[in-house]
Write a protein that binds this ligand. Structure first.
Ligand code: PGA
Length: 248
């Protein structure tokens, strides 16, 4: 039985003070909810969120990490640094990182492997561009991201990874994939995991949809059989909106 999991992705939004104000409001709204949740926030707000959400079931996630233990990598943050402040999740391979910061399937793979040596669960993003969808390459693209990104990852580790299907054309555009389009790709991802691993593993992996998820469309997306949760950008910035999505 997979428990629904809704993660917020704040991207480069919110100062420490803003994160604290969100957390104070959100904690109260979330209390008593069964759906699992986490907020993936800027590095500078992680410690505040870990403190604020202490004693609750609300998780805290980073949005990126480096794959080396330490070293001369100006501007980067290590898995150990995230672990030290008590982070539970880390997004890997978001399309914005692939597009603007040179993230590749190879670095995604290295980051996943490093995270899996820690207690931090990766949220691995995959998804096609509009051009790739229009050219009918959507399934090949996503399958390639999975095969290359997950190369060498064991069954036991695969179960810890959350996979987020995020079609690039639906991110921040207000243009959500239809529930059928989202459901079709999430089912394809689960089938690919059956091919790569087995049914038992694929059954346990949480697969999220992400891309313009809002209170108004959360129910129809969550009604799709193979969608176990959502990765929510813009609509996770307001505690009430995000809570409405969690309460789908
Ligand atoms: P959006 O972003 O919900 O603002 O479309 C989703 C994401 O990029 O994770």
């Amino acid at each position: 039985m997979r428990i629904p999991f809704m993660a917020g992705n704040w991207k480069m939004f919110k100062t420490k003070a803003e994160a604290k104000a969100f957390a104070e409001e959100f904690k109260g709204l979330y209390e008593g909810t069964d759906v699992e949740t986490a907020i993936c926030a800027p590095f500078t707000t992680l410690e505040v969120l870990v403190e604020e959400f202490g004693g609750t079931k609300i998780g805290v996630g980073a949005q990126n990490v480096h794959f080396a233990d330490e070293g001369a990598y100006t501007g980067e943050i290590s898995v150990g640094m995230l672990e030290e402040i008590g982070v539970d999740f880390c997004i890997v391979g978001h399309s914005e990182r692939r597009q603007y910061f040179g993230e590749t399937d190879e670095t995604v793979n290295l980051k996943l492997k490093k995270l899996l040596t820690s207690s931090i669960r990766p949220i691995m993003c995959a998804g096609e561009s509009l051009e790739q969808r229009d050219a009918g390459k959507l399934f090949d693209v996503v399958k390639g991201q999975l095969i290359n990104g997950l190369e060498g990852i064991s069954r036991d580790d695969m179960i810890k990874i959350v996979v987020a299907y995020e079609p690039i054309w639906a991110i921040g555009t207000g243009r959500t994939a239809t529930p059928e389009q989202a459901g079709e790709m999430c089912a394809f991802i689960r089938n690919t995991l059956i091919e790569m691993y087995d049914e038992d593993v694929a059954d346990q992996v949480i697969i999220q949809y992400g891309g313009s998820v809002k209170p108004a469309n959360a129910t129809e997306i969550m009604n799709m059989e193979e969608i176990d949760g959502a990765l929510v950008g813009g609509a996770s910035l307001k505690a009430k909106d995000f809570m409405e999505i969690i309460d789908f």
